[in-house]
Design a protein around this ligand. Sequence first.
Ligand SMILES: Cc1cc2nc3c(=O)[nH]c(=O)nc-3n(C[C@H](O)[C@H](O)[C@H](O)COP(=O)(O)OP(=O)(O)OC[C@H]3O[C@@H](n4cnc5c(N)ncnc54)[C@H](O)[C@@H]3O)c2cc1C
Length: 437
Amino acid sequence: MKAIILGAGISGVALAHFLQKNKKIKEIMLIEKNSEPGGLLRSFTCKDIAYDVGPHIIFSKHKEILKKNIDILKENVKTLKRSNKIIYKNKYIKYPFENELYKLPKQELNYCLNTFLDNPFENFQHSNMIQFFYKIFGEGITRTYLEPYNRKIWKFDPSFMDTQMVERIPKPPKNDIIKSAKGKKSEGYKHQLYFQYPKSKGIQALFDAYYSSLNFKNKTYLNQKIKNIKKINNKFSVITNKNSFKGDFLFSTIPLNEFCNIFKKTPKKILDRSKNLKYNSIIISLINVKGNVGGNNFAFMVPDKNIIFHRLSKLDFLGKNYSKKNTTSFLIEITFRKGDEVSKLSNKQILSKIFEGLKKLNFCSKKEDINFSEIRKFKYAYVIYDLNHRKNVDEILNFYKKKNIVHAGRCGSWEYLNSDQVIYQAEKIIKKFNEKY
Ligand SMILES: Cc1cc2nc3c(=O)[nH]c(=O)nc-3n(C[C@H](O)[C@H](O)[C@H](O)COP(=O)(O)OP(=O)(O)OC[C@H]3O[C@@H](n4cnc5c(N)ncnc54)[C@H](O)[C@@H]3O)c2cc1C
């Protein structure tokens, strides 16, 4: 029997990696529109510095997947300890924000502390993201950091977002916050305190390791734009700009909204739901500036709404292969949505706004401080958990499930999944598949 996998990002490749062990499967066809596989788990190189589609770290709450990801990289992996900062009025506040309140100006410190300790929203049942923040962190921390930062990254009003993504965040103990206001050290939220990263070649080293684990059963077809998908007599037919493929099983990791359009017999009701799936696009920029700036830190979160980027990460933190002597390499992230102001800017205008932001943060002072830079744009970066997300996604996926089509991956299943989670998801899907076939 033959299987077709749409998309050759890490999700498609992980599905193939687990599926190839099934003896009944004789052939696996991975169909990819780009000239290279990898999707969001690619890295690019500029003047010998590898950078990802936004800095990717290796981390997982699924211990077996974390071990597998570390093992598959063999010698090419190192462990790092988180050193992230929130930049508020040019002060570096250690992440998570609530654990270094004493660094705030006095007025903000009192506002954050008092509204956390005496929180009138504490006992309300929350029904959206912003209410969750008010309830767990209080008004001060929410208004000073959480709300402006989340507005910047999502480009979506957090009162119209649900809590699927934030619900796991624990309420910080009162004592920790009192201590943090007095200047006593604590780590706070330990999620991703330690993480791994490839010693060289960026996060793509992880993708390449999985990709090279695929055996003779697999064939990747590149530069294939899918035009049409049909199911006829229990067989799937996929037509691209170049070929047509036939298979017994279909797995899709391409964006769910696009799949709905391509699958010929999608009813209007499902198509309408798919049009309501919300997502963000991203601009990433590698900028190398003169001098060693920013200290021994990795990611900087920037809630200031007058600065175009929401996060910048100092790649030098990742090791010598990501660093150039007497300079600093930043990877900058800017989210946008089709039609918004950012989407209309030319690369030159974006660079100029990035420079203004870097200047405001004291990372450089004049244009000549920039040694080199590069800009890339990606259409699908973040799935947005708007208030109708769950209802829309479940209805769409249930429709295709009845047709025996499996949807996986970040935009494939329309969930906020990181690479470890899509690998975990792929393993679970194939386990279930093997029990059936
Ligand atoms: C800014 C940012 C930071 C992130 N940070 C981390 C992190 O720190 N750690 C982590 O683990 N993960 C991180 N992630 C998430 C990680 O990148 C994704 O979970 C993972 O790469 C998703 O893989 P995927 O295969 O599901 O999707 P994709 O990588 O999007 O793969 C889908 C593939 O389908 C192809 N495709 C799409 N449409 C078609 C079509 N019509 N025909 C044929 N092919 C098509 C695409 O070209 C692509 O290759 C981050 C993501 C972003 C955007």
